[in-house]
Design a protein around this ligand. Structure first.
Ligand code: SF4
Length: 302
């Protein structure tokens, strides 16, 4: 039996649910029950109420699954699977900013720790950030955490000039995608549509035909009559797209757009996670409750 078969057998024996983020290695996506973006996966898990969830992604994602499924045992196969972006802001930073901007409404992207989610007023995803901000009261400024590129995009599209950005916050994978990378790919594939994630820099977004979250990318590619797409986000997203739409062509904007910590989840580590039930995500009850409040408020306004 190869490792994939062993994982599938063990998963069945234990009644576990394997979730894989769109940026996971192809072999991990292949053994997962559900592949998707972080909130989509956590919400799907909450609906199924499994005993055991193995989250193949980064730590804040597994925390979100725990927040939405507090009675399930949630495992993350790699303790090195942190998120550079989420780590740019702490709960202490939020408390300090609250003193600096006492009237502001605090919005946190889901790419934040559970502790940060517990300190803010409302969460958002890359798919709904514009809508969430547009629905907030207009007589109070908004502090948008932590991704400055997503915040910048929200500022531009929502037309709100009172958004305070967290300048330290960016995702290095998206930040390193250059406009030259897009221009080179456009020369190679002149007929292709360019789809960019809003975590990319403004100069990359300007060159794109569509700006979309990972789930939005799938939807757009499915509905579009175009056959070729240049994908400006983490490289592995093209694997997910090719699997869903084999008749279309998806080109990563840059082969080096890769999230190193995501790739620390390997088949070996996934097998070990299932076998030994490691590493369990544990959160204090009050953090779960307050962080869930921020996620629920996001779901309520949409
Ligand atoms: S791609 Fe960026 S935002 Fe996503 S997990 Fe990796 S570092 Fe974090």
């Amino acid at each position: 039996m190869d490792l994939k078969e062993k994982i599938l057998k063990l998963k069945q024996e234990k009644g576990a649910l394997i979730l894989a983020h769109n940026y996971q290695l192809p072999e991990i996506q292949d053994v997962a029950d559900i592949v998707g973006d972080s909130l989509e996966l956590s919400r799907a898990a909450a609906n199924r109420k499994p005993k055991l969830i193995v989250f193949c992604g980064v730590i804040f994602m597994a925390e979100t699954a725990k927040i939405l499924s507090p009675t399930s045992k949630v495992l993350i196969p790699s303790l090195s699977a942190g998120c550079f972006l989420a780590d740019t802001v702490t709960a202490e930073d939020v408390k300090r900013l609250r003193q600096e901007y006492p009237d502001a409404i605090f919005v946190a992207y889901v790419n934040t720790s559970a502790e940060v989610k517990a300190e803010v007023d409302i969460c958002c995803t890359s798919a709904n950030a514009v809508e969430v901000v547009q629905r907030l009261p207009e007589d109070r400024p908004v502090v948008f955490l932590p991704d400055r590129n997503l915040g910048n995009y929200v500022q531009r599209v929502s037309g709100r000039s009172d958004i305070i950005l967290w300048e330290k916050g960016y995702c290095y994978v998206h930040e390193h995608i250059r406009k030259e990378d897009v221009l080179t790919r456009k020369q190679e594939y002149p007929e292709a549509k360019v789809i960019a994630h809003p975590e990319c820099k403004p100069e990359v977004l300007e060159l794109s035909d569509v700006i979309a979250s990972t789930s939005g990318m799938i939807r757009y590619a499915m509905e579009s009559s175009a056959k070729t797409f240049i994908i400006c986000t983490e490289r592995e997203m093209t694997y997910r797209l090719k699997k869903d739409l084999p008749e279309k062509e998806f080109i990563p904007v840059s082969e080096s757009a890769t999230c190193k910590t995501m790739k620390t989840v390997t088949l070996e580590r996934l097998y070990r996670a299932l076998q030994d039930e490691v590493y369990e995500v544990n959160l204090a009850e009050d953090i779960i409750e307050r962080a869930k409040g921020s996620i629920d408020r996001m779901l309520e306004v949409l």
